[in-house]
Design a protein around this ligand. Structure first.
Ligand SMILES: CC[C@@H](C(=O)O)C(=O)SCCNC(=O)CCNC(=O)[C@H](O)C(C)(C)COP(=O)(O)OP(=O)(O)OC[C@H]1O[C@@H](n2cnc3c(N)ncnc32)[C@H](O)[C@@H]1OP(=O)(O)O
Ligand SMILES: [Co+2]
Length: 135
């Protein structure tokens, strides 16, 4: 298993429109249009940077995986880091064999970029939730 590029840093926010205004109007960033992803329980935008992206996430629906996190961090906070991998299935199998917890049913879902993604438990990775995305 070899870790690739940092694809994005995700920030969970209570109000996506307000967060977009902060990044676009105060910080002068280029921000994508909002995208609802019911399968992931979030609404997202991407802040485009020269060397990576910032994903702003707002809960979508009652079972959103970011709802409990936002209850603990009501003003918003960094939620996960997304790294690219060349082969998500081989990365998953190597990590699982080493004892890491793959979240959900362990099968990749299609992420915001239309590519397979998986999540790794934050308690197994220095207190940071990790998303892996197929290159
Ligand atoms: C837009 C699609 C996609 C993309 O393509 O980019 C996305 O990014 S979707 C993003 C949202 N999806 C997910 O986060 C899916 C994976 N997440 C989960 O499965 C869960 O959120 C979780 C990480 C397993 C936590 O759920 P749960 O166990 O129900 O919550 P708890 O509140 O009980 O947390 C247990 C424990 O873990 C700590 N924790 C929780 N979230 C984080 C976090 N983001 N970063 C660091 N630590 C986290 C939490 O504080 C608890 O710790 P203790 O209090 O010490 O027990
Ligand atoms: Co993400």
């Amino acid at each position: 298993m070899k870790l690739g590029r940092l694809n994005h840093v995700a920030i969970a926010v209570p109000d996506l429109e307000k967060a977009v205004a902060t990044y676009r109007d105060v910080l002068g960033a280029v921000v994508s249009a909002p995208q609802s992803l019911p399968e992931h329980g979030v609404r997202v935008v991407f802040v485009e940077l020269a060397n990576s992206k910032v994903e702003l996430l707002e809960p979508l629906g009652v079972d959103s995986p970011i709802a409990a996190f936002l209850e603990k961090n009501p003003a918003g906070a960094i939620h996960h880091l997304c790294y690219e991998v060349a082969d998500i299935f081989s990365a998953r199998d190597r990590l699982k064999a080493g004892g890491a917890r793959i979240l959900g049913d362990g099968e990749p879902k299609t992420g915001a970029h239309g590519k397979p993604v998986l999540f790794l438990h934050p308690k197994d990775f220095c207190g940071t939730l990790i998303e892996l995305e197929q290159e």
